[in-house]
Design a protein around this ligand. Structure first.
Ligand code: SDX
Length: 438
């Protein structure tokens, strides 16, 4: 990390104890772009006080070179490339290589990488028996979390996280197998037989085939759907230090294996405030039911006494349009047109809801815009996926980044176990009262 490089930027801040007048210098560090950071690593040692930032709104937890977000400008870049360029000109395998290795692959590198992923798409035959332990109506995220965590019980030959070769094999296994496991979770939930991956299909095509093919007839992958799904995977691939990625990093900081860490990431992503929002958006649009009821729900979203929030709206970082939402909305129109879906009431409802919300002072003042989850569910529904599978698809796409971020942390020579402190507000010391005296 460079010291404050830009001339007019602060080189340091001084903290003054207003009681004793003692001064503490806080160095400022610069990244290649984005906000500076105050280096407070010596703060507790020098002051005996912690910083306090429960939601990490002002806290950089790590150094990273993978993704850059400018929330005010609505910019999202992976290794310096704008998401809009990657979504339209690249494909998910190429973006996965970029996230993992830092550079776009050459023709040869891409061929080798895709070949490696393709040849790891099958899962151990025993894994199919894990599914039988779940109820058929289990939420697919519960199944995904359980089965991905169980992978560490199958791949003992790639659990030495200090061995770069084993880290690479684990990366290939996770990226390759997560679609297979996700498709198995879907098939299990509808009582259909599991469908094996096919090596002659591309990544998104293979996933569609494993989800929607049945043994009784040939399944032809719709190229439009496959291309749109590949783009949706790109849009969900990484997003800096969000809740699930931070979960993976914290779990990994103890030296836990990548399968266990990514299962932890899946658990965190499931929440409706995070990746679970795509499922919640569809449920919300269905609950609204009619454009005439939109004002009623906008009113509820603004009412502090009502726990209802406009799902798919707002973001901790973006105070402008989420660039992914813009591409997603455009893809939504393309897919519905290509699939000949002329009248999708949920899309009409979503667009009207967006229009009304963005004219309302409450949303404008708080800079609440549609995020990546607002339109994604409408496309996935048009592709034939059930609502309960939407967050599974988010986790599928996010797996490559969870691994890339975990790998970046493990390869950081300064990496230490993450161990936050607290502001203690509990009971003061007191003597024990024996039971007969209570
Ligand atoms: C993802 O971090 C990431 O990068 C996540 C993600 C990724 O790729 O990993 O981008 C994916 O998780 C997208 C977000 C999906 N979640 C939703 O769509 C759920 C609905 N949105 C929110 O609950 C909320 O906006 C969050 C959780 C996304 C952000 O919450 P913050 O940053 O903690 O903001 P906040 O709750 O403090 O809200 C600030 C104000 C509050 O009002 P005031 O107290 O100032 O009066 O805005 C209001 C909130 O009440 N507000 C909303 C709202 N979101 C915020 N009011 C109504 N509807 C909403 N959706």
């Amino acid at each position: 990390m460079s010291k404050a490089a830009t001339a007019n930027a602060p080189q340091s801040y001084t903290l003054v104890d207003n009681t004793t007048g003692k001064k503490i210098e806080l160095p400022v560090l610069d990244g290649t772009q984005g906000p500076q950071v105050l280096d407070i690593r010596k703060l507790y040692n020098d002051t005996g006080a912690f910083t306090f930032d429960p939601g990490f709104t002002s806290t950089a937890s790590c150094e990273s070179a993978i993704t850059y977000i400018d929330g005010d400008q609505g910019i999202l870049q992976h290794r310096g490339y704008n998401i809009e360029d990657l979504a339209v000109q690249s494909d998910f395998m190429e973006v996965s290589y970029l996230l993992l290795n830092g550079e776009l692959p050459s023709v040869e590198q891409k061929k080798t990488f895709v070949n490696a992923i393709t040849r790891h798409t099958m899962v151990h035959e025993q894994i199919q028996f894990l599914f039988r332990g779940f109820r058929r109506d289990a939420h697919p995220m519960a199944v995904l979390c359980g089965v991905v965590g169980a992978l560490s019980a199958f791949y003992h030959d790639s659990l030495d996280i200090q061995d770069p070769q084993q880290r690479m094999i684990s990366a290939h296994r996770l990226i390759a197998k997560i679609p297979t496991i996700a498709a198995m979770a879907y098939k299990y939930s509808i009582g259909q037989p599991f469908v094996y991956p096919k090596n002659d299909l591309k990544y998104a095509e293979n996933f569609l085939h494993m989800c929607f093919a049945v043994p009784c007839e040939e399944y032809a992958v719709n190229p439009v759907t496959a291309r749109a799904l590949d783009r949706i995977f790109i849009l969900h691939a990484d997003h800096e230090q969000n809740a699930s990625t931070s979960t993976v990093r914290l779990a990994g900081s103890s030296g836990a294996n990548p399968f266990a860490c990514i299962a932890a990431g899946i658990a965190s992503l499931w929440g409706p405030a995070h990746g679970g929002a795509n499922e919640a958006v569809i449920k919300m649009l269905q609950e609204i039911g009619d454009k005439k009821r939109i004002p009623e729900f906008i009113k509820r979203a603004k009412d502090k006494n009502d726990g209802f929030r406009l799902m798919g709206f707002g973001h901790r970082v973006y105070k402008n349009y989420d660039p992914r939402a813009t591409v997603m909305r455009q893809t939504c129109h393309e897919v519905l047109n290509e699939l000949g879906i002329k009248d999708e009431p949920l899309l009409d409802m979503a667009m009207e809801l967006e229009r009304i919300a963005l004219e309302d002072d409450y949303f404008v003042e708080r800079k609440l815009y549609p995020n990546v989850d607002f339109y994604s569910g409408i496309i996935l529904r048009a592709m034939g996926f059930p609502t309960a599978l939407f967050t599974v698809l988010f986790a599928l796409a996010r797996t490559v980044c969870w691994f890339a971020q975990w790998k970046e942390m493990i390869e950081d020579p300064n990496q230490r176990i993450g161990r936050p402190r607290q502001l203690y507000v509990g009971a003061k010391p007191r003597a024990y009262t024996p039971l007969h005296k209570r």
